[in-house]
Design a protein around this ligand. Structure first.
Ligand SMILES: Cc1ncc(COP(=O)(O)O)c(C=O)c1O
Length: 363
C-alpha cells in the first residue's frame, strides 16, 4: 500500500480519479475529444469564479509563470517575494530577460497592499505578480485589499499564482479583477501532477499581440484560438483530461463552498493541535493558510527521523521547505515543518495523522 500523502503536493488522489486516468484513449482531433475538452470549461470557470477563458496546459504550474511573463510583459514587471515560490516567480522573470523589481518580505509575512501601492506608484510596470498562498511558509495574502490597490493602476496586469490555494481557498477571479490566475492539478485539485489551469482576461490577449518572442508551446494566442473550438494546439495529456472531468464532477458533488469550508475546518483543527503542543506557527498572525500549516520546530524535534517513522506507519509528511530550513539553520533559528490539509483529505484523516504524530511532539 502506498503512503497517504499529507505533503503540500502532490496531494492524495482518490481511487476513482486514478481510475479515470486509465480511460481508453481517443484521438485529439475527434468530436469525442471536443466534447471532453469543451465539457471541462463550465466547471473550471465555476471554481475560478470567472467568465474568462480557463486555459489548460498539460505542464505543471510553473509553465504559467512563463506564460504570464513571455506573453504579457515586454520589459518590466513587479513581483512580491514573500517565500520560495514567489521568489522563483521573480527569478523566472529574469530568466526570461525581463527587468524585475521585487517587493521583498521576510519569509512568513504576507503581501501588504500599501507596499504594492508604494511600488506601483513609481510607474513603468506592465504587470504585478504574486503568490496568493505561499506554500513554503503557509501564508495566505489578503486579496481584497490588494485588489483595491490594483484598481488605482488600470494599465498594470495582475498575475496571481494560486498553485496551492485554488480549489481549497476561495479566490474570486472576476470580482478581484485578476488578469492571470493559475493553479496546478496536484495541489487542492487533488489530481496527479502534470496539468495546470489558468484564467486569462481579455486584456491579456490584447497585450500578447504586442509582445514579441512568445515562443510556441505557451503562446496564449495559439492556445486561445484552439480553445475556442474545444481543441488544443498540440497533443495534450488525454488521461489527465479524463481525470479532470472526473474530479470536477466530484468537486461539484461536494459543493465548492463545502470544499472551502472543509479546508477551513482542517486548517483550524491543525492550528489548534499545534497550539495544544505549544508549537508556534511560522506564518504571520491573521494570514495562516487553509491548505498548509507551517510550524516552527521550537522543540528541536528530529523531523527527519519523525518523517521516516511516520512513513513506516503509512503517512507521508513534510519536514519543511528545504532551502528555508537551511537558511533558518544557518541563522541559528528554529526550522519549520509543514502539515498539508489540501485537496480531498478529510478532517477525520487529519485527526488520524495528528494522533499518529502526537507521541513525537514531546509535550
Ligand atoms: C505557490 C507555488 N507556485 C508554483 C509552484 C510550482 O508548481 P509546479 O510544481 O506545478 O510547477 C508551486 C509548487 O509547489 C507552488 O507551491
Amino acid at each position: 500500500m502506498a503512503n497517504k500523502l499529507f505533503i503540500p503536493g502532490p496531494t492524495e488522489v482518490r481511487q476513482e480519479v486514478l481510475e479515470a486516468l486509465a480511460t481508453p484513449q481517443i484521438g485529439h482531433r475527434t468530436e469525442a475529444f471536443k466534447k471532453l475538452f469543451g465539457g471541462l470549461k463550465p466547471g473550471l470557470q465555476a471554481i475560478f469564479f470567472t467568465k474568462n477563458d480557463v486555459l489548460i496546459s498539460t505542464s505543471s504550474g510553473s509553465g504559467f509563470w512563463e506564460v504570464s511573463i513571455r506573453c504579457c510583459v515586454n520589459k518590466r514587471m513587479l513581483v512580491a517575494t514573500n517565500g520560495a515560490f514567489s521568489k522563483k516567480y521573480a527569478d523566472v522573470g529574469e530568466a526570461c530577460a525581463r527587468e524585475v523589481e521585487r517587493i521583498k518580505y521576510d519569509y512568513g509575512k504576507a503581501v501588504k497592499p500599501e507596499d504594492v501601492d508604494k511600488a506601483l506608484a513609481k510607474g513603468g510596470f506592465e504587470a504585478f505578480g504574486m503568490a496568493h498562498n505561499e506554500t513554503s511558509t503557509g501564508v495566505t495574502s489578503h486579496m481584497e485589499e490588494i485588489a483595491e490597490v490594483m484598481k488605482k493602476y488600470p494599465d498594470v496586469l495582475w498575475f496571481v499564482d494560486a498553485v496551492s490555494s485554488l480549489g481549497g481557498i476561495k479566490l474570486e477571479v472576476d470580482k478581484l479583477g485578476i488578469d492571470i490566475c493559475f493553479t496546478s492539478s496536484q495541489k487542492a485539485f487533488a489530481m496527479p501532477p502534470g496539468l495546470s489551469m489558468a484564467s486569462i482576461s481579455p486584456r491579456c490577449y490584447e497585450k500578447a499581440k504586442e509582445v514579441p518572442g512568445k515562443g510556441y508551446y505557451f503562446n496564449i494566442l495559439d492556445l486561445k484560438k484552439e480553445y475556442d473550438t474545444d481543441q488544443t494546439p498540440y497533443t495534450p495529456s488525454i488521461p489527465h483530461l479524463y481525470a479532470l472531468q472526473k474530479q470536477l464532477g466530484r468537486i461539484m458533488e461536494e459543493g465548492i463552498e463545502n470544499r472551502f469550508q472543509r479546508h477551513a475546518e482542517m486548517a483550524e483543527y491543525t492550528r489548534g493541535w499545534a497550539a495544544k503542543h505549544g508549537m508556534p506557527l511560522f506564518s504571520e498572525e491573521g494570514c495562516h493558510s487553509n491548505t498548509v500549516t507551517c510550524l516552527l520546530n521550537t522543540r528541536n524535534l528530529d523531523m527527519k527521523k519523525i518523517k521516516k517513522e511516520m512513513s513506516a506507519q503509512g503517512y507521508s509528511i513534510d519536514s519543511g521547505y528545504g532551502k528555508l530550513n537551511e537558511k533558518l539553520e544557518a541563522e541559528g533559528k528554529p526550522t519549520t515543518f509543514r502539515i498539508a490539509h489540501m485537496g480531498d483529505l478529510t478532517l477525520a484523516e487529519i485527526k488520524e495523522l495528528t494522533a499518529a504524530l502526537d507521541p513525537y511532539m514531546g509535550g
